[in-house]
Ligand binder design. Structure first.
Ligand code: C5P
Length: 232
């Protein structure tokens, strides 16, 4: 399993994202396409970026009844993406259905990872709004383990949780970690952050980096710096 830096392409139009990717003349970074871009531009934007030779993490966080998720995952897999995700909250049955949906006839499939609890969910809100009365880290690890049981490849989590997730689910269980900032960079709205180098030490497999690259004066150099620090 390869370690990699994934650029979060949080743009809302085709022009913006393609202008951004045009800057990369020597390398073809792994990119993350989220709901905003996908809903505004549709599947064609995925095909266009794929055609340019990038690997794609399609971050649409599916959560519905198993049959709907299975069929939707099948459609998304036909876009030839490399990584997809869903909410572990949808239960093991939904995650198993998703695996069926993404698996090609020859048995190959894209990487499938789960969102455990959104980082915007505090323990207080989880208890009050969702009536989940366990400790938040226990819920995160329980959901990660459910994803493992269902046959998923890993989870999205903070680099600070990567070690615990691997302890619970095994070292080959992939951790995809946002919340990455350069030591001398801006935090933006992220609170618990780590540097690419620290994420590497903590055992992340993929770091997801958005604004430190997309808002940099020199995005290519910022990307290269991430790669140097994270992969070496
Ligand atoms: O710009 P920045 O580096 O903060 O971007 C991080 C990316 O990772 C964004 O696309 C954000 O939505 C996503 N993300 C996150 N925290 C999570 C899950 C996803 O920052 N817990």
């Amino acid at each position: 399993m390869g370690k990699d830096v994934i650029i979060a392409c949080d743009f809302n139009s085709k022009n913006e994202v393609l202008n951004f990717l045009d800057k990369f003349t020597e390398e073809k970074p792994f990119v993350k396409i989220g709901m905003e871009l996908f809903y505004s531009e549709g599947p064609d934007i995925v095909k266009e970026i794929k055609k340019r030779g990038h690997k794609i993490f399609l971050d649409l966080k599916l959560c519905d009844i198993p049959n709907t998720v299975k069929k939707s995952m099948k459609v998304l897999t036909e876009l030839n993406v490399d990584m997809l995700n869903l909410h572990a909250f949808g239960t093991i049955a939904m995650m198993e259905a998703a695996i069926e949906g993404i698996t090609h006839e020859d048995g190959t499939r894209p990487i499938l990872i789960a969102v455990t609890l959104l980082t915007s969910t505090s323990e207080e809100r989880m208890k009050r709004d969702l009536l989940i009365n366990e400790m938040l880290p226990d819920v995160v690890l329980h959901y990660a383990n459910n994803a493992k049981i269902a046959g998923l490849d890993g989870v999205v989590c903070s680099p600070l949780e990567a070690g615990l997730v691997k302890e619970r689910c095994g070292k080959d269980f992939i951790t995809v970690t946002p919340g990455v900032r350069f030591a001398d960079g801006k935090l933006g709205d992220q609170v618990r952050v780590t540097t690419p180098q620290r994420a590497k030490e903590l055992g992340s497999d993929y770091i997801v980096v958005g604004r430190p690259i997309t808002e940099s004066e020199d995005p290519v150099e910022a990307y290269r710096r991430c790669v140097r620090e994270f992969i070496g």
